[in-house]
Design a protein. Structure first.
Length: 100
């Protein structure tokens, strides 16, 4: 991670390593630079995974997603049923065929 991501950050931001950044409170040393290194590496890896896996998968699945069937209302129970249905699956009423 330090051999690949940190030099990329240095090429963009100018500072090669944030791990030396720290502050001290009551003789306790807080290395917030390491946190920044890990956070930037996480964001870069998350973006790479998103654009190389999630976006292509969504495009692929949208291409093969079936179109929703045309629906109509049952005149007896007012449920949504497919246009080609001859019997309502909810109230079991017989329906006439739709002309068209």
């Amino acid at each position: 991670m330090r051999d690949l991501v940190t030099p990329l950050i240095a090429a963009i931001g100018g500072k090669p390593n944030f791990s030396a950044l720290s502050f001290t409170i009551n003789h306790s040393n807080f290395l917030y630079g390491d946190f920044i290194n890990v956070l930037v590496a996480f964001v870069i890896i998350a973006l790479v995974i998103y654009y190389l896996v999630v976006v292509p998968y969504n495009r692929f699945s949208a291409r093969y997603r079936p179109e929703p069937a045309a629906m109509r209302s049952c005149p007896f129970c007012l449920s949504n049923i497919p246009v080609a249905a001859t019997r309502c699956p909810f109230c079991t009423s017989e329906l006439g065929a739709i002309a068209g």
